[in-house]
Design a protein around this ligand. Structure first.
Ligand code: ZN
Ligand code: ZN
Length: 152
């Protein structure tokens, strides 16, 4: 006489009327998982389907994560490229500014020498007095030129 799992575990006498799906003990205590008539194929299929669903979800999440990783890597690369280009442009501008500053300083010195020489000709018809004041204020403004932002 075969015994169901519950009766075996509890050392009970397993009895079932012919054709019954549950034994007397399991019917008495309301145990639906008697198992006297063997494993329930539908329950096993449900369990299998649940496992497959969880596995499918894991695969789908893995694929989404991989896509996000790839997108993030591409964005990082693009941002790095753009930042490098901006940095190079900034360096070039700083170098150009420094070159302009040096040229202006040379031209200013040459201009000052020229003005000093011209201003000795006091007998000219030109109003040197007002020009002298104008040039003096221009030459004094050389201090207003901003300091270099990078060493060159
Ligand atoms: Zn039983
Ligand atoms: Zn039973």
């Amino acid at each position: 006489m075969p015994s169901c799992m519950r009766c075996r575990e509890n050392s009970l006498t397993c009895r079932a009327p012919p054709g019954a799906k549950r034994c007397g003990e399991c019917t008495r205590v309301g145990n639906m998982q008697c198992g006297l008539d063997g494993p329930d194929p539908r329950a096993l299929q449900r369990e299998r389907a649940q496992i497959e669903a969880v596995e499918d979800e894991a695969i789908a999440l893995d694929e989404e994560a991989a896509a996000l990783h790839a997108a993030a890597a591409a964005e990082f690369a693009a941002a790095a490229t753009a930042a490098a280009a901006k940095s190079a442009a900034a360096v070039e501008k700083s170098q150009t500014a420094a070159a302009h500053r040096r040229r202006a300083q040379r031209q200013r010195a040459a201009f000052q020498a020229k003005v000093t020489k011209i201003l000795t000709h006091e007998d000219s018809a030109i109003d040197w007095a007002s020009m002298k004041a104008d040039f003096a204020s221009f030459l004094e403004s050389s201090a207003a030129l901003p300091a270099p932002s990078v060493a060159s």
